[in-house]
Design a protein around this ligand. Structure first.
Ligand code: C5P
Length: 229
């Protein structure tokens, strides 16, 4: 069976407040995008890549892509729309049973060992699986004024990370269903859950950080240095 990688990279990274989208900021001497794609390529050298880019992207360069087989598609309004565009673009080539791994371009620190464990977990897995890490902090629910409404039991709560892997046919069905029913999806698993299916969590490292705020860039550089030491 074939492996497809979908990397949504059409975000504009407004929370970073930088002069360019965060995937094009420099991390340890290369762009965040180049770092992320290099990690994916190390674990899945044979995979085919579909990269979602903003139509007005002025920073992308094909030299950031180490994959032999890759294509770009236009991003959508939300992350899920970008992923749907990628799935639609693969419709002619992908088989229903092909494995699709979706990974945020903003997660350059995903560890090769975690990618290997996720791949292992997906062998013969009909629903799908994602990297995740158990919540360590006490979780509060707040009202609009910033006052605590409830303390959520932390037991059994996880951070959903990426990659998230599903069979092509199921993921198409799930994301199109979510769009048709208006379910808000911030990751692929939530769309699959809306079909009453239960994707599997694969415990991953906590340092699979999603670069979001300005201080995350320095943190990511430290994580990469520590991982490669
Ligand atoms: O902004 P955030 O970090 O939540 O975005 C997660 C991922 O989704 C990033 O890799 C970003 O580039 C991507 N994205 C996208 N299309 C959008 C919004 C975000 O591909 N419309």
């Amino acid at each position: 069976e074939r492996i497809w990688l979908i990397v949504p990279a059409a975000g504009r990274g407004r929370r970073m407040g930088a002069e360019r989208p965060k995937q094009y900021l420099t991390l340890a001497g290369a762009s965040v995008m180049a770092r992320t794609l290099a990690r994916l390529h190390r674990a899945f050298p044979e995979a085919r890549l579909c990269l979602c880019l903003d139509a007005e992207d002025a920073w992308f360069s094909p030299t950031m892509v180490p994959f032999a087989d890759w294509r770009r598609v236009e991003g959508g309004a939300e992350r899920a729309d970008s992923v749907v565009n990628a799935l639609d673009a693969l419709a002619e080539e992908a088989a229903n049973d092909d494995l699709v791994l979706v990974h945020d371009v903003a997660r350059p620190c995903v560890h090769p060992a975690d990618l290997a464990r996720l791949r292992e977990a997906l062998v013969g897995e009909p629903v799908g699986a994602l990297l995740a890490s158990p919540v360590a902090d006490t979780m509060k629910r707040a009202d609009a004024a910033g006052r605590i409404v409830a303390t959520e039991p932390r037991d059994g709560l996880w951070h959903a990370l990426t990659p998230q892997g599903f069979r092509y046919g199921l993921l198409c069905r799930a994301l199109h269903h979510a769009r048709a029913t208006g379910v808000a999806v911030t990751d692929e698993a939530s769309a699959v859950e809306a079909l009453d299916l239960a994707p599997r969590l694969v415990a991953g490292r906590r340092d699979n950080l999603k670069i979001t705020h300005p201080e995350d860039l320095a943190l990511a550089a430290q994580i990469l240095a520590a991982q490669e030491a």
